[in-house]
Design a binder for this molecule. Structure first.
Ligand code: NAD
Length: 312
């Protein structure tokens, strides 16, 4: 499985550098290697991160390397891409697949035996593409999926009700994109479901679910418009996924994994030393299940139209 404290970040842009900084700050790695097609950028990011690592708790070593460095790595995080400022992440698909084609030979040839965490958008499709092209076992390739959207759901609920974010639980499932589905039936605050919360607190009673879901769906776009990238949230989400796998905690997070028909989409999954260990299927109301299945169908259709049959 490789050394779980040796982590490679492929693509050292906004996302890659924030993932890396999060790993250092939380002492989740002892050795951190950055790969980027722009080697000068990878070296500069590695130097900057190594400066930070001098003061970080674990005193990790950071360097700019190549695919040979992945042979004994426990994780590779794929953030390579060419970010487009576009509202629908699917518009990135064609450029992202070209980047995936560039990194596949390196990943194939290096003997990497760890967990591949895919972040490049549209993440459900790039994760499936890498998984199928690399032929790794179920759960060893996972997309960050709707982990970030679930944080955004909690953030929105907290803002609208005044409840501290740490007291709120809730998952978004399906596509990390426009067809995502918030599971209202599973939302709790201080352990109470929405029905109870509405009965006790006027702010929860006044909560407009449609408006909240729309704010969550548009959250990435709003950040992108304001600052040209999104990076802190995904950096934290990647750190949480890696911590759960590295420490074999069984923590449940909504990551993107293959469903029965091969479509990658997010459902809550128990994370452990092998990556995603199993889907922790949540209860869903019939209309939530229908929307989740529609989200999977949309991903399947796009896969069939644009990816299936593509020459490697
Ligand atoms: P960026 O442009 O800042 O960085 C991308 C980096 O990838 C660049 O440094 C580029 O040189 C590098 N790169 C390109 N081709 C490469 C290759 N073949 N090998 C190695 N490196 C290569 O973009 P960003 O803001 O860091 O975003 C990266 C990706 O992450 C985008 O697809 C973006 O949509 C996605 N993203 C996903 C989530 C999520 O929740 N899944 C959140 C934020 C961003």
């Amino acid at each position: 499985m490789g050394d779980p404290r040796k982590i490679a970040v492929i693509g050292a842009g906004h996302v890659g550098s924030h993932v890396a900084m999060g790993l250092l700050a939380q002492d989740l790695c002892g050795r951190l290697v950055l790969l980027d097609i722009d080697e000068a950028k990878a070296r500069a990011q590695a130097d900057d991160l190594q400066d930070a690592a001098v003061l970080a708790p674990g005193g990790a070593r950071v360097w700019a390397g190549d695919y040979r460095d992945l042979a004994d790595a426990g994780f590779a995080v794929v953030c390579a891409g060419s970010l487009l400022v576009c509202e629908d992440r699917l518009q990135e698909l064609s450029a992202s697949l070209e980047v995936m084609d560039q990194i596949i030979p390196g990943l194939r040839g290096c003997g990497f035996g760890g967990v591949l965490l895919v972040i490049t958008n549209p993440v459900d499709l790039t994760a499936r593409y890498l998984s199928e092209r690399l032929g790794l076992p179920w759960g060893r390739v996972l997309g960050s999926g709707t982990t970030l959207d679930s944080c955004r759901l909690v953030r929105e609920l907290s803002r609208r009700t005044g409840t501290p974010p740490a007291a709120i639980r809730g998952f978004v499932v399906g596509e990390h994109g426009d067809s995502q589905v918030p599971l209202w039936s599973g939302v709790t605050a201080e352990g109470l479901p929405l029905r109870e919360l509405a009965a006790r607190d006027p702010r929860w009673k006044a909560l407009d679910r449609e408006e909240t879901a729309e704010a969550v769906r548009r959250a990435g776009w709003e950040i992108l418009c304001g600052k040209g990238s999104t990076e802190f949230g995904i950096g934290a989400a990647a750190g949480e996924i890696i911590r759960a796998v590295q420490r074999d905690t069984g923590r449940v997070l909504p990551v993107s994994v293959p469903m029965k028909n091969g479509v990658f989409a997010s459902l809550p999954c128990a994370l452990g030393k092998n990556g995603a260990e199993r889907v922790a299927e949540p209860e869903m109301l019939p209309e939530e299940r229908e929307r989740f299945e529609a989200s999977c169908r949309r991903l399947e259709e796009i896969w069939n139209q644009t990816v299936e049959g593509r020459k490697p």
